[in-house]
Each structure stands twice: as structure tokens, then as C-alpha cells.
Design a protein around this ligand. Structure first.
Ligand SMILES: NC(=O)c1ccc[n+]([C@@H]2O[C@H](COP(=O)([O-])OP(=O)(O)OC[C@H]3O[C@@H](n4cnc5c(N)ncnc54)[C@H](OP(=O)(O)O)[C@@H]3O)[C@@H](O)[C@H]2O)c1
Length: 155
């Protein structure tokens, strides 16, 4: 399984000024439940934004043209995937999501209600409707403000 996991607001914002402009423990709990024990692939800026790094109990991979000490790095997603086994989650940011839409078979999305001042924000790409089908949309069981959506690749 290769999945994308993301939290977005109604305008598809995923982050602003190097940070995530909302905080929901229920979303972090879901993120942990799905990713622990698996490989997580992220962009260099997402790596830099992590308060605790590496993310524990997961194989952390950073996509970057640089060499970063203390974490496994690859210059391209394709090369990282060639060296990965088991379930892989693409965890952001925008450039990773954009390219990962080609490789992923599933998107696990948390829709948050927060509208934000969009200066310096980055966005989740538009999901091509002819390639993906939404198979679930329901309230998060611990917080009804959050909507959990699952999309699967259909072609
Ligand atoms: N809401 C969410 O679920 C979520 C999840 C993750 C992150 N975020 C937020 O998103 C923001 C960070 O995302 P971002 O889009 O600015 O940066 P990012 O994708 O995390 O990192 C960008 C860097 O990663 C490398 N990179 C990204 N995509 C690549 C690709 N396809 N091929 C090769 N290299 C690639 C490049 O590194 P080099 O420049 O080193 O070559 C690029 O400069 C932060 O605000 C973070 O908090 C939100």
C-alpha cells in the first residue's frame, strides 16, 4: 500500500510559514495510528518542521537534494520507493503530495474547518476526479469538527 496522509482546510491549505496553522490531537492520534510501524516519506521542509525528529517507530525518509545528518535521504521519490518495503505513507508537503499522487493508491484526508490568512501558505494539489474516487466521508469519532475522507485510485 502506498498512501497519502494529509490534513487540509476547506481551501486545501496544508501549511503556512513552515507550520501547520491548526492543532487537533485527534488528527495526530489518527496520523500515529496509521503510520507507526511503516515508512514515512516527506519533503525537506516538512522534516525541518517536525518538533520531534525522527518520527519514532517509523522508517523516516526525506526527499531532498541536500544531505541531512541523522536521517535517510533520497533525491527522488522514485528512488526512495525502490528501496522501501511494506506500507509507505507520503506525509507532505506540497511538492511531495503533488508527485505522490502518481504513485499512491489511497489518500487518507482529514478536513479541518479552520480558515486561515493564506499569506505564505502551501496547498494540497487538486485530486484528479477521473483517477480517484471518494469512498468514505464521515465525522472523526473523537471530534465531530473533523471530517475523515478516504479516496482510492480507480485507474
Ligand atoms: N497539513 C498537513 O497534513 C501537512 C503535512 C506535512 C507538511 N505540512 C506543512 O507543509 C509545509 C511544508 O511543505 P512544503 O511544501 O513547503 O515543503 P516540503 O514538500 O516539505 O519540502 C520541500 C523540499 O522537499 C524537497 N522536495 C519536495 N518535493 C520533492 C520532489 N517531488 N522531488 C524532489 N525533491 C522534493 C525539496 O528539498 P531541497 O530543497 O532540499 O532539495 C523541496 O525544497 C509546512 O508548513 C508543514 O507544516 C502540512
Amino acid at each position: 500500500m502506498k498512501g497519502i496522509i494529509v490534513a487540509v482546510n476547506p481551501n486545501r491549505v496544508i501549511g503556512c510559514m513552515g507550520d501547520i496553522p491548526w492543532h487537533y490531537s485527534e488528527d495526530l492520534k489518527r496520523f500515529k495510528k496509521l503510520t507507526v510501524g511503516n515508512t514515512v516519506i516527506m519533503g525537506r521542509k516538512t522534516w525541518e518542521s517536525l518538533p520531534i525528529k525522527p518520527l519514532p517507530e517509523r522508517r523516516n525518509i526525506v526527499i531532498t537534494s541536500q544531505q541531512i545528518e541523522g536521517v535517510e535521504c533520497f533525491k527522488e521519490i522514485k528512488k526512495a520507493l525502490a528501496k522501501s518495503e511494506g506500507d509507505v505513507w507520503f506525509i507532505g508537503g506540497a511538492g511531495i503530495y503533488e508527485e505522490a499522487l502518481e504513485y499512491a493508491d489511497k489518500i487518507d484526508m482529514t478536513l479541518v474547518p479552520d480558515l486561515v490568512d493564506e499569506d505564505g501558505c502551501v496547498y494540497f494539489p487538486k485530486i484528479p476526479e477521473d483517477e480517484w474516487e471518494e469512498i468514505m466521508s464521515k465525522e472523526n469519532e473523537d471530534n465531530s469538527k473533523l471530517i475523515q475522507k478516504i479516496f482510492v485510485r480507480i485507474i
